[in-house]
Ligand binder design. Sequence first.
Ligand code: COA
Length: 258
Amino acid sequence: MENILIEKQDAIAIVTINRPTKLNALNKATIQELHDGFKSLNEDQSVKAIIVTGSGEKAFVAGADISEFAHFSVEEGGKLAAQGQELLFDFVQNLSTPVIAAVNGFALGGGLELAMSCHFRVASDNAKMGLPEVTLGVIPGYGGTQRLAQLVGKGRAMEMIMTAGMIDAETAKNFGLVNHVVSQAELLDFAKGIASKITKNSSVAIAKAIQAVNANYTDGVNGYQVEIENFGACFGTEDFKEGTTAFLEKRKAEFPGK
Ligand code: COA
């Protein structure tokens, strides 16, 4: 991997986008590496939570790499968005392993879209977020028009997209775009603290919960029905047996993750 770093600490994996001289902009190669990295971490039974962050102190990700698409045709533009959504943004959203974005600086365009694809977000107090695509004569293409409106509401999303303005971390927290704001020095440990709580719970149940929550945002899918099916399926898992038995035996559960 040339553009990302993956580090494992117990059951937590940290994915760092590592193109600091380009403010971690997402070029084609980085998107493919992120896909491959997330896929292999998702298949690794020992990994129970993933944190994604940016290298350096300035940026999480400053967007899709503008130098790569500046000369694209209509067809190439459409393909860029479709492939990116499939390989990375939808892929991360639907990963069964929880993914937390640790937004450590600029999260602009594709960077904010990546953070929004993650299951939730924490930010450092210097972080700045926005979708500046209309300043380039284009619109967000990696799910930004959909996920921003889902997370902050239609009116705020419309204003952010139309003005192309950046919001600071506190505003993002007030908008519900990020869950917590801490200093940059504390950010990774803070994210690891949340990830560590997640790793103690049933990974099978968490995967089913992610699927059920996401179902509400999928056209033509009845989220309540998915919840009923996934709820029922949990009763057939070893994690369920262990969780309920441990409770009744007044001890901490040791989930097998099956
Ligand atoms: N695509 C490609 N390269 C990018 C980039 C992007 N989205 N964002 C930053 N870079 C590159 C710059 O071109 C520069 O490269 P260089 O040193 O080879 O010239 C390097 O990263 C540092 O960026 P720079 O603009 O010099 O930093 P800054 O502190 O002056 O400004 C930003 C920071 C984030 C405000 C500015 O980089 C910016 O506006 N980036 C584009 C944001 C954007 O429109 N994203 C949406 C893309 S769809």
